[in-house]
Design a binder for this molecule. Structure first.
Ligand code: NAD
Ligand code: GLY
Length: 362
């Protein structure tokens, strides 16, 4: 088992990574503030993991409230969030009742937001069960629900007490979901970790084949990158925005098509290629760099261009991005492969050209 720490002073917390660690309750129990815990999951993960997990907790003396949500990005909304509050109140949960998020990024973001709000802040433990959640969303304390016009528009920062990552949970993950997670893994290489990008170029097929050693290495390296960025800039005043490479375009794809049509990671892959294309238009990358990024996404069977929505619709949706300041779009672009920046340098015409080059509109 490996342990990383997200260094946030008094709110620092560990990330435990290891195959089979979900079987052992010791680490978890040490982080519970009281015997009553509320496990939030969804109807897909529940039959796979919840029953055995809740049984092990009960055997250790915990009172377990099980909260099973419908599955899907389209349920990352007020109505479904309210089901968590209803269950917490119905079962007389208290401010010290730990909420445990057992699932992918949707469950993690919703349980996290519920924990941020319930009685003005309850403890939270993240047990991510998708690759995307294990390499990204479970770490860093961002929690949110969607608004019909904008991804993750309503939310809060609420750091967990612990992140517990068991790569064995990925055995049942559908291939399409695994590939979507790889988009966020590749992101770390592109924005700040060139040696990791080179490692991915040599090992992407092993990851697609779910080779345990390769997966564990990729998860560890991704979490290390994320932990460093979050420790340096918890509330996204600067560096943390770089984690959003491709997300401004990608969120427009998700909202524009309707949540759930494209997976988040698929939209991020296509959005990243738009950001890469724009970086080439600005003269920061050359055609070889674009081909390099495209080749890696293509090997991971991820989209390298977005759907036809019309550049105007893309731009309209991109205006809801959380990085917009005084009405101006700020985009994460690449100065070079392995070095991202937040930039206002691109003109509207250049952004349109990048969208056209990397979407079915082009
Ligand atoms: P998801 O939560 O929808 O999970 C994907 C699918 O896999 C779902 O159908 C889920 O039920 C299923 N699943 C989960 N674990 C499984 C398992 N072990 N075996 C089989 N099936 C399993 O999607 P995701 O890709 O995990 O997360 C995407 C969400 O994360 C988006 O809403 C995105 O906005 C959010 N996100 C948040 C952050 C953050 O920092 N908070 C970062 C990145 C993404
Ligand atoms: N996934 C972006 C962030 O956590 O900041």
């Amino acid at each position: 088992m490996e342990v990383l720490t997200v260094e946030l002073g008094a709110r620092s917390y560990p990330i435990h990574i290891g195959s089979g660690i979900l079987q052992s309750m010791d680490v978890l129990l040490a982080h519970f503030a009281q015997p009553k815990v509320a496990v939030v999951t969804n109807e897909t993960v529940a039959p796979l993991l919840l029953k055995a997990f809740a049984r092990r907790l009960r055997e250790k003396g915990c009172q377990v409230v099980e909260i099973v949500l419908p599955d899907g990005e389209q349920f990352k909304d007020w109505q479904t969030l309210n089901r968590i509050f209803d269950a917490l109140i119905e079962h007389s949960c208290e401010r010290k009742t730990t909420l445990v998020a057992l699932g992918g990024g949707v469950v993690g973001d919703m349980a996290g937001f519920a924990a941020a709000c319930f009685q003005r802040g309850a403890p939270l433990i993240q047990i991510p069960t998708t690759l995307l959640a294990q390499v990204d969303s479970s770490v860093g304390g961002k929690t949110a629900i969607n608004h019909p016009s904008g991804k993750n528009m309503i939310g809060a920062f609420h750091q967990p007490q612990l992140v517990l990552i068991d790569p064995e949970t990925l055995r049942s993950l559908p291939d399409r979901e695994l590939r979507a997670g790889l988009a966020e893994v590749i992101k770390y290489g592109l924005i700040r970790d060139l040696p990791f990008l080179e490692w991915l170029e040599g090992n992407i097929e092993k990851l697609l084949a779910k080779e345990p050693d390769a997966l564990e290495q990729a998860i560890h390296r991704s979490c290390r990158n994320k932990a460093e960025v979050v420790a340096a800039d918890e509330r996204e005043h600067g560096e943390r925005a770089l984690l959003n490479l491709g997300h401004t375009f990608g969120h427009a794809i998700e909202a524009g098509l309707g949540y759930g049509r494209w997976l988040h990671g698929e939209a991020v892959a296509a959005g990243t290629m738009m950001a890469v294309e724009l970086s080439r238009i600005l003269g920061w990358l050359d055609a070889g760099d674009v081909a390099r990024a495209e080749a890696l996404f293509a090997r991971a069977a991820l989209p390298v261009s977005g759907p036809a929505m019309g550049a105007d619709r893309y731009l309209e949706l991109m205006q809801h991005d959380k990085k917009v300041q005084n009405g101006r779009l700020r985009l994460v672009l690449l100065r070079r492969i392995g070095q991202a920046v937040v930039s206002e340098d691109a003109s509207l015409a250049q952004i349109r050209a990048a969208i056209a080059a990397r979407s079915a509109d082009g």
